[in-house]
Design a protein around this ligand. Sequence first.
Ligand SMILES: Nc1nc2c(ncn2[C@@H]2O[C@H](COP(=O)(O)O[C@H]3[C@@H](O)[C@H](n4cnc5c(=O)[nH]c(N)nc54)O[C@@H]3COP(=O)(O)O)[C@@H](O)[C@H]2O)c(=O)[nH]1
Length: 783
Amino acid sequence: MFVRPFKLSRRVKALTTRTRLELFLFTLMISVGIASSLIFFKHHIEHVNSEVSDTHETTVKLFRQFLEADAVGLARAITALSSNQTLLEKMQSGQRDTIYAEFEDDFERLKNQTKITHAYFIGPNGDVILRAHKPDQFGDRLSRTTYLKSARTQKLVCGIEMGMNFYSLRCVQPVYLGESQEFIGYIELAEEIDHIFHELKEATGNDLAILLVDDFITFSEADIQGQAFSHYQLIYSTDSSLMETLLPKVDLDAGFISTANNFITDKDEKYGIGVSPFEDITGQISGVLVSVENITRLYKSAINELWINVVGALLIILLTIILFSIAIKRAFKAMEEALDERTRQIEFMALHDELTQLPNRAMFCKMVQHQINEAKRYDRQFSLLFMDLDGFKAVNDNLGHDAGDELLRQVAERLNLSIRDSDVASRIGGDEFIVLLPEVSGEEEHKHVDVVAGRILNAIAAPFMLKDQVIHITASIGISCYPEHGDNEDELTKHADAAMYAAKESGKNGIQRYSAELHKQSFERRALEADLKNALHNHEFEMFYQAKLDSQSIEIIGMEALIRWHHPNLGLVEPADFISIAEDTGLIIPIGKWVIETACRQNMQWLKNGNRLLPIAVNLSPKQFNDERLLDDILKILSETQMPAEYLVVEITERIVVEDAVNANKVLRALKELGVGLAIDDLGVGYSSFSSLEIFPVDSVKIDRSFIHGLPENQSNSAITEAIINMADRLGLNVIAEGVETIEQLEFLRKYQCPQLQGFYFNKPMPADEFEKYLNNSKQSLA
Ligand SMILES: Nc1nc2c(ncn2[C@@H]2O[C@H](COP(=O)(O)O[C@H]3[C@@H](O)[C@H](n4cnc5c(=O)[nH]c(N)nc54)O[C@@H]3COP(=O)(O)O)[C@@H](O)[C@H]2O)c(=O)[nH]1
């Protein structure tokens, strides 16, 4: 239920993001489309502009080339005439008719073959002898620049010059007669240049016009054909009506070039116009040459191009957006699927144990709650099996955490194989597993629970293969049932846990069903646990001491320090009732340290009080023995109390040594190096073969009091005791028999030469001051 809103909001969010992305892309594509179309249009317009400009430049260039070609023609013709001696003689004569008669045919030929339209024969003083093109006009004196320049330089001079009502190309040549080279005057040939404009129009397709600056116009207004534009007069054009329409819109002084940027429009036609200054023979700007290009087609093609681009771009954009949209949709779908998968994984991870893939504590709680609801509704029962591995820590410590993890994985697999599909195994932490067995009703079903628990124990007890090593491990299982042992998940789990704990207490690898008695024990244990936390701080502990004696002389040869707890309400609490709690809670570390320190300090105090310094034994619990600070703590205590190390004996149980032999050997060797005495306690209770102790650097062994108890009647106890004494003797170990209570036991042990004894027969553990008196008394009795 709680997942759905998350998914919905994520979808909405994803959708909004997708739409935003699509909008962004759309805007981007449109912008790119518009920008590229504009760039393309600009580029096209620039092309039109450069075309207009190029055509105009070409026109001007061609105009000059045509003029030059015609000038060359004029010069050739005039040179030919200058070498015609007959014509020159006639000219020298000054006889106009004679000259004309001689020249008329040539002039006709020249007019037909070239563009020459005018021919002058001028006397040495500048008077016009003959105008061949107007024979009846003569006698005037020429003042045109071409002539004046030739007269001044006495050379052939060609140039553009204004005629009476036309613009003309002129050549004037001084002429000389005969071998004497007598100067007889000048011949001038000229042509109107209108034809050049026509040729140019044909060559370029442009209309042309030539306009003169008013100052250069030396003839009357009446002579001017055309119109005035500002201070320019239109002298000639290939299309006068077009020029009359366009030229008023043109700034002729600006050397104007109108292009597609600033085209001139007339009747839907668009024109690019070029205006270039035009020099005459004097070298002065006398007018302008105008070329007019119709750019309507070019402009339209640019506009069309723009539209094609815009439409093309829009189509591409549309297509791209559709493709993008499909891709985005797919990407978002894939993203959503990946997210859903991730969500499923997260949900799975939130409810499952990563290592074993079993349901975790959270999932287990949900399932139990669900089971409680079902059981309430249908009046059913169900059971929980709380399983904890025995000795898992040793696997972790010795083979490493990888091996520990692998073991847990294999345990999970075996658990699943040992239960029905409807049962659920979960890992709730560390090496703790809980199996939920639903629908357990009636006596038969209760048996079924025991069968399943037994099957699980058997499955776990089968060897495991870890890092190429065969590992044997066991488990302890506690059982609780709904509703008998609790009506909520917390209570049921706690009770199954308490039952599991009881199973461990009673030797491990077993099954324990929760009961009221167990509940009482568990309650008391929990209460003790709470009180124990404050006991050290409240100085509620006291050390008692029990003597160890030489079996032959009955002399005190050492003592064992044994803790007692003065509970504020319960009175004196025996260590058997709280050491295991201290061990489980970890409180054994500070308590154990306090024990060693108190024992050492007390021993030195007795020395100070005049007693012999005797070895004092302290018990180390498994957790304390495996604590990495142990050696440092002992060193510090020995240094602070000034007690020599060899007067401290640590007693550890055979179980510690057997369960983790590698570590035990390491710690024992380190203690041995310090000089501390080492004793194996409770020997013979069944953990190992006696000979395996050979490898450990221990000094002595203590025969468990359960063997001493039946002596001498119990034959097997007698045999075991005798065997331990003999074996220890052979291994060079000291032996202490503890729990000696009777004279018969004493005699038996003396008979079999057990060197040291401890037991109520001699003394019970007692407080320090009493033990000191005991020490003093024993000194006196020995004395
Ligand atoms: N880790 C620690 N363990 C401790 C410490 N102090 C005690 N202990 C362990 O608690 C167990 C019970 O000890 P306790 O009640 O002190 O019993 C000791 C003796 O009183 C008892 N004993 C000795 N002689 C006799 C006897 O003739 N009859 C008889 N019924 N009991 C006798 O034996 C206990 C000493 O045993 P052991 O240590 O194995 O020598 C016990 O296991 C203690 O080890 C502590 O400070 N730390």
